[in-house]
Design a protein around this ligand. Structure first.
Ligand SMILES: [Zn+2]
Length: 125
């Protein structure tokens, strides 16, 4: 039952994203059907990993309610309950400006920022 919840939760988001990309593919340079298929493959791999992780956690006694509470908490941790975690900007150590996620240097003073000291467990998905 919980696996169905997870799969439904992720796949619902997957469907929305695919529809959004498909709608944009004609008007956005660079977005192709191949991009969409690649995105779907990445999501399918992510669903597999999440399902495997949940099956391990379920064996330890965690409940679906605990999982849903954690999803809600993590969703809200970026300040917006929108069903996703939005990367936060990095603060430049040199000038204190907020540096957009994904940049390796401050857009104001060009100082290098620690955008990601270590790769995260989901970076390859
Ligand atoms: Zn700076």
């Amino acid at each position: 039952m919980t696996l169905h919840f997870l799969a439904g939760y992720v796949l619902a988001e997957h469907g929305k994203q695919s529809a959004r990309l498909a709608a944009q593919a004609g008007g956005r340079p660079g977005a192709t059907s191949e991009d969409i298929y690649e995105l779907e493959d990445r999501i399918d791999r992510l669903v597999l990993v999440v399902a495997a992780m949940w099956s391990l956690l379920e064996e330890t006694g965690l409940t679906a309610e605990q999982l849903q509470d954690r999803i809600r908490t993590m969703d809200e941790s970026d300040g917006v309950a929108d069903g996703k975690m939005t990367p936060r900007p990095t603060v430049c150590r040199s000038c204190g400006a907020k540096v957009s996620p994904g940049l390796t240097a401050c857009q104001f003073c060009e100082a290098q920022v620690d955008s990601k000291a270590q790769p995260g467990p989901f970076d390859s998905f």
